[in-house]
Ligand binder design. Structure first.
Ligand code: SF4
Ligand code: SF4
Length: 176
């Protein structure tokens, strides 16, 4: 599931896109994530959310005769991953273990997703949309409402400095 990380890998930063397009201009950027997942050992089915007929047609076009990735294609993916790793993202996997222990019901993973969107695309409107969705739709509290008890950090398998990152988020999103 989520071979494109909620659409993020279908529209990566330009430097990553360039690597993928240079390797094969005819293939969509999204195709790389889906084929990468399909190529993994033991994977029988890849579930990719599609929003329209074009996306479905694209997925069918490269998966209907898919027989695995070539060495060259794997190398391209390696280059794209290296490029992506240069971008200082918060390494949140959205496991939401932190959410289970937070007494304030802060939307921690959603806030980190919003921060990462801003880091990747410098698109404040899109980042704020994600940040605000949590409070208006998902009923979560904002980063600024964190009381810094630290319980979330004990639960986080990625050892993220959640309190610090939330403080940065509150500032970035104008909550202070
Ligand atoms: S430090 Fe903040 S985000 Fe973490 S559990 Fe406490 S209130 Fe929640
Ligand atoms: S526990 Fe850590 S990795 Fe998991 S959602 Fe919370 S911040 Fe992200």
């Amino acid at each position: 599931m989520e071979p494109l990380k909620g659409g993020l890998l279908a529209n990566p930063p330009e430097t990553v896109k360039d690597i993928l397009k240079k390797s094969d201009p005819d293939l969509s950027v999204a195709s790389w994530g889906v084929r990468f997942a399909a190529d993994l050992e033991g994977v029988l089915v890849v579930l990719s959310g599609m929003s329209n007929v074009e996306q479905m047609e694209d997925n069918v076009s490269f998966m209907k005769d898919f027989s695995g990735l070539s060495e060259e294609q794997l190398e391209t993916i390696g280059q794209a991953r290296e490029e992506l790793a240069k971008i200082p993202l918060i390494p949140c996997t959205v496991c939401n273990y932190c959410a289970k222990v937070c007494p304030q019901n802060i939307g921690i993973s959603g806030t980190f997703t919003a921060r990462n969107i801003y880091t990747l695309f410098e698109n404040m409107e899109r980042a704020l949309h994600t940040e605000n969705w949590q409070t208006t739709v998902a009923g979560k509290k904002k980063a600024v409402d964190c009381i810094k008890c630290g319980q979330c950090e004990d639960a986080c398998p990625q050892h993220i400095r959640i309190r610090y990152e939330l403080e940065q988020a509150a500032e970035l999103f104008g909550q202070k």
